[in-house]
Design a protein around this ligand. Structure first.
Ligand code: NAI
Ligand code: MG
Length: 361
């Protein structure tokens, strides 16, 4: 099958790292017999400042026609008043996640060879897990409000939402994923001792679904304990399933122990294939180094590998899976070149690193 990719290069270093990743795809595809069509879309802070257009329902309908979305990064200068109020974050990133029902945020946490972790005495075998974060509910669904704003009597609330449907589809995805990994181990992370209402929905659902996966070993950790284990015993984790807000926080910790934002990849998945999933590096648009050939494209290249593997799984396309696996393996061959260097200020150009990955293929 021909993979249809929507490319959203975005702002700042986004276009640079996306082009680097696409050069890898062009080098890799022939060997696996992969074919793809792509179309570029301008949605970004720069496009908004130029035209006033963010991303509307007609754009969403167009994007629905693709197999997957590949995003660089969006966002302008952090203090630009014209971008205040999250116009880009809400208008592009969150809008896509919700409208395309990308209910899983998948974040691999893996220490690659040659990459330095801030954790003492930990090696790649110790840091190798994947976080399945619920991506559409919890505190992030926008339920709440504010009254008597900007007065001494201001009152505001934001509601944490858990639906049986939303929790179950997320938990089932996590069990399916855990089953494909060698350790077949899944940990639920929550705070059920304090968040007793939403916590029981999660815990009961997790326990019931576990009955369908007797081959997967399970564990439960409170989120605060999880933060501690991630630092002093990350080897306890294999697959982790977690609600939205706790997942947001622990995945940044996960990125940090695996070498930082410069290496972190992610996918926003609609695992049923009812709408396209979206893949992106975790870092932002880095306006400070844009246009200087300084951006490290590794996280974006790794996100492209994830795109191919996950889209291949969703669409039952072995060719895409194979190509994604080869790109993932090539990234791991290249990371030893960063031994003793900072990932983000390695001294290698964006083009040098892309060439290293192509050579490794
Ligand atoms: P950032 O991740 O863009 O940059 C933080 C620091 O890391 C900077 O010093 C930057 O030079 C460096 N850095 C990031 N990625 C790099 C790479 N690939 N290679 C080398 N160095 C890299 O975060 P920041 O500065 O907070 O945000 C900048 C803009 O990006 C903002 O507009 C923000 O809203 C947006 N942003 C967008 C995200 C997205 O599209 N998913 C995620 C995070 C931020
Ligand atoms: Mg975050």
């Amino acid at each position: 099958m021909t993979l249809r990719l929507a490319i959203l290069p975005g702002d700042g270093i986004g276009p640079e790292v996306v082009d680097a990743a696409l050069s890898i795809l062009d080098a890799a595809k022939a060997a696996d017999g992969l074919t793809y069509d792509s179309q570029r879309f301008p949605f970004s802070a720069a496009h908004f400042l130029e035209t006033g257009h963010v991303l509307d329902d007609a754009d969403l309908d167009t994007l629905r026609g693709f197999d997957a979305i590949f995003l660089g990064a969006v966002g302008g200068l952090p203090n630009d008043p014209r971008l205040a109020g999250g116009v880009i974050e809400k208008g592009i990133l969150l809008k896509l996640r919700f409208a395309l029902d990308q209910y899983i945020n998948l974040r691999p946490v893996q220490l690659y060879p040659g990459i330095e972790t801030p954790l003492k005495n930990k090696v790649p075998e110790d840091i190798d897990f994947v976080v399945v974060r619920e991506n559409t509910e919890d505190l992030y669904c926008g339920l709440g409000g504010v009254a008597r704003e900007k007065t001494p009597h201001e009152v505001s609330n934001q509601t944490m939402l858990a639906t049986r449907f939303g929790v179950e589809r997320c938990v089932r995805y996590a069990f399916e994923l855990a089953r494909t990994r060698p350790r077949k181990h899944l940990t639920l992370v929550h705070k059920t001792n304090v968040l007793t209402f939403v916590g029981q929905t999660w815990h009961r659902t997790f326990t019931e679904v576990a009955g369908d996966y007797s081959d997967v070993e399970t564990a439960y950790h409170h989120v605060d304990a999880c933060c501690m284990y991630m630092v002093n015993a990350p080897e306890v984790y294999d697959t982790v399933v977690v609600p939205n807000m706790f997942g947001d926080i622990i995945t940044d910790l996960g990125a940090a122990i695996a070498g930082g934002m410069g290496i972190a990849s992610s996918g926003n998945l609609n695992p049923d294939g009812a709408a396209p999933s979206m893949f992106e590096p975790v870092h932002g648009s880095a306006p400070d180094i844009a246009g200087q050939n300084k951006a490290n494209p590794i996280a974006t290249i790794d996100s492209l590998g994830l795109l191919l593997r996950e889209t291949g799984r969703i669409k039952h396309d072995e060719t895409a899976i194979k190509c994604g696996q080869r790109i993932g393996a090539a990234v791991k061959k290249v990371t030893p070149n960063f031994t003793g260097k900072s990932l983000d200020r390695s001294g290698y150009g964006t083009d040098d690193i892309a060439k290293m990955v192509i050579d490794a293929l």
